[in-house]
Ligand binder design. Structure first.
Ligand SMILES: Cc1ncc(COP(=O)(O)O)c(C=O)c1O
Length: 458
């Protein structure tokens, strides 16, 4: 089309109201929540960009499918529809439903990892890292150098550094590596895609060392769309063909259906190896449920099955990726440093560059996230040293590689005027960034502290 306006490729048939808390109400909410945005009530938030996980709007077709959910405990029709859809898409015959992505991670790493093992990933997502470390194993990130520099332009900043992968295998030995994982798109590294060429390279290395290769496929469709747009020779293929090519390279996937299945809950593990699947199912029964529902209602399995088709609609993907890019462009035009190019599901503001006067030990990205809420009721999330800082024995912390605020866009939920408002808030906060100060942690949990930590201004 010759026009530039991004048209949301849907009509809205059902709406939920937004609350508009006053400035004083937002300040009181911040104090009550210990300046941790996870502690806010949703009705204290105007535009909620905390996550794109489970926050999307389901289609009429998904709601209709839920009505035919079969809630049989064992062997439900809905499970077989779901499993056929997953196998049809991925080519992976063993399908294990779980209630969400981290349950897949917990089961997988409980079965294959333990003290002394090392798991390579481009960048572990926070729950993935925590589940690896909980087993006493080591989670190693090895994204390409461009993926650690917010300002460098590169079409596939989520790519794994194949040289570092080789070195790691040589250093620790293949017998200590239970699998190699790659996260598409690379959520903790800016929502950046991984190229098909890079996936092929990882496959080749895994083959040479007889290592299983798994994909965290939460955003497989967004990754496939980026491949179509950016990878030489891929532009004429359909996104479904590209997704099929991605899945054909791996031995298994862990999947959160709350992202690219556009469902509000759910996930799965899928793999080729029936023995590994049997060991996973034993744990599944202990913690999630019988293998034909795995912690989900039959109606959830139906919604996921439909969502896995809808997400590959290219009209949807064009709108989806373009609308995130639109927010990224507004930031860039306003001089706000962001991870460039914009990610698929989110833009990531570079708080280290925006707030150079706040040291990483005082959590600049937490400060910026708090201010976006205080100023405009926009909720994002810190992805920096609160989430990934490593405590040292002497009480100091080794900071994270980047200090980012992620603003994740829920699927099919907000319109262009919501996004215009968010851009206005970001630019207003950026204009007085020199006035922002740091934070210190006053309370924290031993795992995934960012969810529950409390902060006070320094
Ligand atoms: C890349 C990635 N992996 C795993 C997960 C965990 O999934 P869930 O939130 O469904 O447990 C997420 C969630 O945001 C994610 O983005």
């Amino acid at each position: 089309m010759p026009y530039r306006t991004i048209i949301e490729p849907f009509r809205i048939h059902s709406v939920q109201g937004i609350a508009f808390p006053t400035e004083q109400e937002r300040e009181a909410a911040l104090v009550r929540a210990g300046h941790n945005l996870f502690g806010l009530h949703a009705d204290e938030v105007i535009i909620d960009l905390l996550t794109d996980s489970g926050t999307g709007s389901m289609s009429a077709e998904q709601w209709a499918a839920m009505m035919v959910g079969d809630e049989s405990y064992a062997g439900s029709r809905s499970f077989y529809r779901f499993a056929d859809k997953v196998t049809g898409l991925t080519g992976l015959p063993e399908v294990i439903p779980v209630h969400q992505g981290r349950a897949a991670e917990w089961i997988l790493f409980s079965v294959i990892a333990g003290p002394g093992s090392v798991v390579p990933n481009n960048t572990h997502f926070d729950t993935t890292r925590a589940n690896v470390e909980y087993q006493g194993a080591e989670a190693r990130d090895m994204v390409i150098p461009e993926g650690r520099d917010p300002a460098v332009d590169h079409p596939f900043k989520g790519n794994m550094d194949l040289g570092v992968l080789e070195q790691t295998i040589a250093e620790v030995g293949a017998d200590r590596i239970p699998l190699v994982m790659v996260t598409v798109t690379n959520n903790s590294g800016g929502g950046q895609p991984v190229s098909l060429e890079n996936l092929r390279g990882i496959r080749e290395i895994c083959d040479r060392h007889s290592l299983p290769f798994f994909m965290d496929a939460a955003r497989f469709a967004e990754n496939a769309w980026f491949i179509k747009l950016r990878e030489p020779g891929q532009g004429d293929r359909t996104t479904r063909e590209i997704a099929t090519a991605m899945f054909s390279l791996v031995d298994g996937v862990s999947f959160s259906a709350k992202k690219d299945a556009i469902a509000n809950i759910g996930g799965f593990l899928a793999m080729r190896d029936p023995d590994l699947a049997a060991r996973c199912r034993n744990l599944l029964i202990l913690t999630e449920g019988f293998p034909t529902y795995g912690g989900l209602a039959g109606r959830d399995l139906e919604a996921i099955a439909v969502g896995l088709d809808e997400v590959l609609d290219e009209g949807y993907l064009r709108y989806r990726i373009r609308s995130t890019e639109y927010l990224g462009e507004k930031c860039r035009e306003g001089g706000v440093p962001i991870v460039w190019p914009p990610g698929g599901h989110a833009i990531y503001i570079d708080a280290k560059a925006m707030l150079p006067h706040i040291p990483p030990s005082q959590y600049p990205a937490q400060s910026l996230a708090v201010e976006l809420y205080r100023d405009g009721g926009v909720r994002g999330v810190e992805i920096g040293s609160v989430m990934f800082g490593v405590p040292n024995d002497d009480g100091t912390e080794t900071p994270a590689a980047m200090e980012l605020v992620r603003l994740a866009v829920p699927r099919r939920t907000y319109t262009q005027s919501h996004i215009d408002y968010v851009a206005e808030v970001i630019l207003a906060v950026a204009a007085r960034s020199k006035d922002l100060g740091g934070y210190r942690i006053t309370e924290q949990a031993p795992w995934l502290r960012h969810f529950t930590a409390r902060f006070e201004p320094v």
